[in-house]
Structure formats: structure tokens, C-alpha cells
Write a protein that binds this ligand. Sequence first.
Ligand code: OMP
Length: 296
Amino acid sequence: MTWGHGGPGGPTPFGVRLAAAVGSRSALCVGIDPHAATLAAWGLGRDEAGLTAFGATLVDAAAGRAAVVKPQIAFFEAAGVPGYRALDATIRRARDAGLLVVADVKRGDIGSTGDDYALAWLDRDGPFAADAMTVSPYLGYGSLAGTVAVAREHGAGVFVLAATSNPEARVLQTAVLAEGPRAGRTVAAGIVVDVADDNRTTADQALGDIGLVLGATLDLGDFGITADEIGSAPVLAPGFGAQGARIEDLRPLYGSRAEQVLVNESRGLLVDGPDGVTALVADRADRIAAALGTAA
Ligand SMILES: O=C(O)c1cc(=O)[nH]c(=O)n1[C@@H]1O[C@H](COP(=O)(O)O)[C@@H](O)[C@H]1O
């Protein structure tokens, strides 16, 4: 689905486009993570040609099967300017294939700086024109207000880190807030409630434009997060495959919000080499449908 016009003069909101993409394909989010070791194993250089070829393999496998691709910008940035040219080619190829692109950039800064990060990644006429980006709320959720506004203006979305899949995050994200409107909640649950509040302005949408990152390796209850409080936020769920989470556990992990989850897998799709990616993507899409009880 391309950027159309949702209302008078406005672009179609990200949440609406995401729901359509998931409905017509699957809730799979194909990670595009060109680790140095994988590039070497595939006989590709960590240069513009190698990264472009890697991106093309993942995009072509995802096309028609996944709703979203998520390029991990770290691996492109590591190759400098040629890496960014490869990223640009990868994003364009994904868009041409009808895939939504979540730029995994994990940005977050004081408001006046954050707004330009948002324009860089989400402006429809900007340099990258992704459909959504990942952001960190640890300068305060309020620091993301400008980012949220830019995203909405451009029919784009953001995914806010709340409970991340890495074990060392737990001590910070389960800490209890001492003051403010979310006092008594964990840091992670406070973010969940903030995002749910932002999505109330688009109550007519099944999926909001502001998403949450809630890792699949976690018990959300340990973070003080309830499924109800997630509201209409789309959930980006990394941790499947290489980090140990299982697609079969989608419902136990996310309960009544399982239908809102984007199942991300990155390294797990690479284990059979470039010729094996398409079959693994198809397998994951089938397993998501089976886990949700929507298999044909
Ligand atoms: O924002 C993310 O995508 C993210 C958040 C998180 O909590 N954990 C996490 O692993 N990720 C990213 O998701 C991808 C997971 O990769 P695999 O473990 O190889 O499937 C990497 O690109 C991570 O940077």
C-alpha cells in the first residue's frame, strides 16, 4: 500500500497502512541485519555492493509474505557512506515491493534535536522516507512529542522501546517511578501507558500510529505490563529465533494483544544461506498464522 490520502489532504495513517499490510500478508517483520560474519559467509563484502545484495535477498524473500522489513541501521552505518547508499537502495527496493519499512535507528534526544531525526527518517520527501522508526524514550517520553507529531504529519509511525529483549535492560526497565503522573508504575509500564494515551487521539483506528517494542523473551507481567494497557499500539516483538522466543508462544506471551504483534526475526532467517531465506520466511509466516489460529 502506498501513501494515499486518508482524510482531506492528509496521508493515510501508519496504523491503517500497517493493519492492511498485516491483513493481506502476515504479521512477520523480516529483519535486515547484515552482520559482518554473515556477509563473509555469503561471500559478500561489507561495502555498497555486498550490503545492497544482502538487502535485495531479504527484501525479495519478504515480498508478498511479510508486512514489514526492518533494516538494522547499525550494520549499514558500520560501512560508512557506502553503507548508507546500500541502505537507500534497500529501502527503495522494499517500498517498490509494497513492503512497509521500519528503520531500526533507536533515536532519542532532547525535543529540538529529536524532531530533525524524525524528519530525516520519516519525512515522505526526505532522505530515507521510512514508514516508521524505532525510538528510545529514556530522555523522557515527553521529549518524543515532536517526533510523534512529525510521524503523524507524514503518515508514518514510531516504535517506542518499553521492555526490550536484552537481559541487561531489566534492572532499568523494571525500576519503579518515584514521581510524576505514572508514579508507582515501572519505567516500562509507564511508557506503555504513555503510548496508549497518545493512541487515544486515533481511537477510530484498530491499530494506532505509535507502537511499542516489547521483547518476546520476557514475561510482561514481570515488568508490570498488562495486555489491556497496551491499547491499540502495534507491538514490535524482537527476540524470536536466535534469542530463544518461539512463535508458537505468541498467545501466551501477548495474550489478548497477540493480533497486534509484529513478529521480528533477523538472524534466524539467515541460517540456511541466501538460497534458504525465502523458505524460512514462508515457514515463519505459516507458523504465525497457526499460532493465531488464522491458518488457511
Ligand atoms: O528495536 C528492536 O528491533 C530491538 C529491540 C529489542 O528489544 N531487542 C532487539 O533485539 N531488537 C533488534 O531486533 C533484532 C533482533 O535480531 P535477532 O536476534 O537476530 O532476531 C536486532 O536488530 C536488534 O537490534
